[in-house]
Ligand binder design. Sequence first.
Ligand code: CA2
Length: 154
Amino acid sequence: MAKPPLVFVLNGPNLNMLGQRQPKVYGRATLADVEKLCRTRAEALGLAVDFRQSNLEGELVGWVQEARKAAAGIVINAGAYTHTSVAILDALLTAEKPVIEVHISNVFRRESFRHHSYVSPAAIGVIVGLGPLGYALALEALADQLRGGRRKAR
Ligand code: CA2
């Protein structure tokens, strides 16, 4: 049987703290819970998942570069680098893979510096404010994209 398409699910700084602090903003699920949710959803969708988190911008850039060869698509929550990192944007644009951007919190209900995303121009879609469910929905959107069910990624 053919191997399932591999999706990189990349998480940026401080997301390793999920479930341990600020439950009013980010809920009670831990990053391990989010990973489990992704694995369950991916299996049902016929996808494989490589789930990673880093507090380092350069490491995230390296993983996006790796995705160019190794992955069929990328789900990314770049954390605070979303609002600062041209380097991650450039890497995502170079990867030439379908990208879905996810945020656990509704960044538009928060401080204005969170309203701008450097990641969004590289994404075919953005999911904000739906908690860990956003990751599952992102995988569903990618599966649809990889089946050619939606307009091609630009
Ligand atoms: O809502 C999201 O998913 C964010 O990407 C989370 C980032 C934040 O900088 C973005 O504006 C929105 C922060 C992740 C920090 O996660 C923590 C979780 C629990 C406790 C402390 C931090």
